[in-house]
Design a protein around this ligand. Structure first.
Ligand code: UTP
Length: 407
């Protein structure tokens, strides 16, 4: 794209400020900026200021396959899962493209050291958890790691340096998620440096299309992988490739499974797995009315009691079917560093604009069903979102110790 074409397009959208100072940029920066302009998703930016279009539909509770029910069938579930893992039917996808802004690190979140007397980073915890399963199954699970443009090189360098924490390198593949531009509260595109639009990873919902763009769906097919276990980078206690969870999902005959925990109270800030028009749906805590949040069943338990922990199993063939469907884009207020009209870098302390994200929860809603698989939260849920307080490095360390992980 040349400068005149870019200017025309930008003018059409009231964004011509993007090219202020263009002529003073080096040839490389000019090229980079024009490429970025050519990749802007204008439909997404147009969402600023629009009312969020909520799908009409009736929300109803789903309950869960409870821990007690799972215990009764654990051996059966486990055998089915282990057999399928041995046959190479399961792959795993680590979502590690996030910015981890709440932790304020200058490196990928997975590099955070949770150790106290020794070095034990998040990535190492996750690989250890995965290897518990691969040792039990006697077979490796291919691991696909989603990074972003901002942390890809460093993540790969770190895995190389640490020798993949003992996992065979030929079973690990990295892919980069796509980026989206950020805008101020008036919808004007921000620049993070002269000649560079402010961009950020486009949310965790785009992982399958990014996997596809990277050519890795081909790799998945070639290996005979039929199911993918998706998981977040920050839950250091989670089971990955959990055979019983996989077995329960396979036996259910549906095309996905969601790990859930019982919420600590009606208002815990997590999405609850439920149904919308009889299809799986994750209702966010802020979408639940007081009546719904506090409603109880005949046993006295909350109707919307089970929260998702970002650990899902999806059937690959179903993911391929829905890949072309547009995912809902969420417009999220964030603090976005930018350069002002005089070229000064501003690092805001309060949100100053919007980022655009698609979310994996919206992918669950595209499945025909999802097994709500309850796990013991003290054993499988230790997310690290902050350094201190709730869901933090401190609370995760306590939980790891309680589970006999040497720190
Ligand atoms: P979070 O919603 O906690 O976001 O991600 P985050 O970026 O890690 O942290 P904050 O909000 O900036 O503090 C949940 C999971 O989804 C991944 C994260 O890496 C984490 O595993 N994720 C999130 C992506 O892979 N890409 C994204 O664009 C966003």
């Amino acid at each position: 794209m040349d400068k005149n074409t870019a200017l025309e397009i930008l003018k059409e959208h009231g964004q011509e400020h993007v090219l202020n100072g263009f002529d003073e940029l080096s040839a490389d920066l000019q090229k980079q900026l024009l490429r970025q302009v050519s990749e802007i998703d204008w439909e997404t930016i147009a969402l600023v200021g629009q009312e969020w279009e909520e799908d009409e539909g009736e929300i109803s509770p789903l309950g869960a396959t409870t821990i007690a029910e799972i215990e009764k069938r654990r051996d059966e579930f486990t055998k089915v899962g282990i057999d399928a893992i041995k046959e190479g039917k399961l792959g795993a996808v680590l979502l590690a493209g996030g910015m981890g802004t709440r932790l304020g690190l200058d490196k990928p979140k997975g590099e955070l050291n949770v150790g106290v007397n020794r070095d034990l980073c998040i990535f190492n915890c996750l690989i250890n958890n995965l290897m518990d399963v691969t040792s039990e199954a006697g077979a490796y699970i291919p691991l696909y790691i989603m990074t972003s443009e901002k942390n890809n090189d460093e993540t790969i360098r770190f895995f190389e340096e640490k020798n993949y924490f003992g996992y065979p390198k030929e079973y690990v593949k990295f892919f980069v998620q796509e980026m989206a531009v950020a805008v101020d509260f008036d919808g004007k595109i921000l620049l993070e440096e002269p000649g560079r639009l402010a961009t950020s990873p486009n949310g965790n919902g785009g992982w399958f299309s990014s996997l596809h763009k990277a050519g890795l769906v081909e790799d998945i097919r070639k290996r005979g992988v039929e199911w993918l276990n998706i998981f977040a980078v920050d839950n250091v206690l989670q089971r990955i490739g959990d055979p019983a969870f996989f077995g329960a999902t396979l036996l259910s005959g549906t095309d996905s499974g969601s790990k859930v925990v019982h919420k600590v109270d009606a208002y815990e800030k997590m999405g609850a797995l439920c149904l919308k028009d009889n299809k799986p749906y994750i209702v966010e805590y802020y979408e639940l009315s007081k009546e719904m949040a506090e409603a109880k069943d005949e046993t006295g338990d909350y109707l919307y009691a089970y929260g998702v922990i970002l650990n899902y199993i999806f059937k690959v063939s179903r993911l391929e079917e829905i890949m072309e469907e547009r995912m809902p884009v969420h417009v999220v207020e964030k603090k976005i560093p930018y350069i002002d009209g005089d070229g000064n870098l501003i690092k805001p302390t309060e949100p100053n604009g919007y980022k655009f994200e698609t979310l994996v929860v919206d992918m669950v809603a595209k499945m025909s069903g999802s097994v709500p698989y309850e796990v013991v939260r003290e054993k499988e849920f230790a997310p690290i979102k902050n350094l201190h307080g709730v869901d933090s490095l401190d609370s995760a360390r306590e939980l790891l110790k309680a589970n006999n992980v040497e720190l």
